[in-house]
Design a protein around this ligand. Sequence first.
Ligand code: FE2
Length: 304
Amino acid sequence: MSSYEILTPGRVEQFKRDGYLVIPKFLSDEQVNGLLKRSKELLQEFDLEDHPMTRFTTGEENDEKKHVGDDYFLTSGDKIRFFFEVDAFGPDGKLNRPKGLSVNKMGHALHELDPAFRAVTLQNDQLKKIARDLNFHKDPAVLQSMVIFKQPSIGGEVSEHNDSTFLYSDPPSALGFWFALEKCTAENGALGFVPGSHLTIPITKRFVRLPKGGTGFEQLRDLYQLPSKGDYKLVTCDAGDLLLIHGSVMHKSEKNLSLKTRYAYTFHMIESAPHAKWDEKNWLQPTSSMPFSKLFSASSDASS
Ligand code: FE2
């Protein structure tokens, strides 16, 4: 299937209207199985010995157990690091299950550092074609790649948010690419969206590095009327499906209480300068060894 057939004008209109779009079977079974295999290998290979046991949460609670604003997180933009499920720890502070079933997500430079993930991201002509056809960015940069594991029984909920809060540019330009690597259902934490909310709900705050260290939220404007629970539409999908997510659309996912994992690979694109400004307050910063990855100038040659 050519990407022209994938991203028909009707689908582009649907994305503009709803703020999200499912593209069924974007990844082949072979690609999905390759990413699943690599994800499991990376989970097995990482060492607990020197790990700070950082939990991942998007909550705003000032709970010591839920802090994300430590060095391990803030310096992970050009590495592959591992963040635990909040409920993977017992009262003694130790993991209460095998590490492979304890990690919430790994990131945030899979797209640069791991050949399997690089192949479906920066070296993927179909993806470049989609980015061109969607015409969301003039010069898209790829960042914050991660695998979200959403572990059985304990996979943490992600409370309602829009992605430009966490990846803020001026003007806002985040666009999420989210690939289901397994079937996503109401039971294992499929995503829910408020269709059209990218057009009606502004970005009211941004996630920033705080001057005193760590991270927090900076209020940009008055709080806005948030959607009600009934406004959310559950989007179930199959392994290989791609979800495009507008940076302003409200979305969330519930806790995974099922006995099945819900592996997904995701990254974001933002607009590059001079079309949009990315400032030093953002948690994720380009480094001298790894500037942001320009999609259109990235070589599709796997040997490069
Ligand atoms: Fe999100």
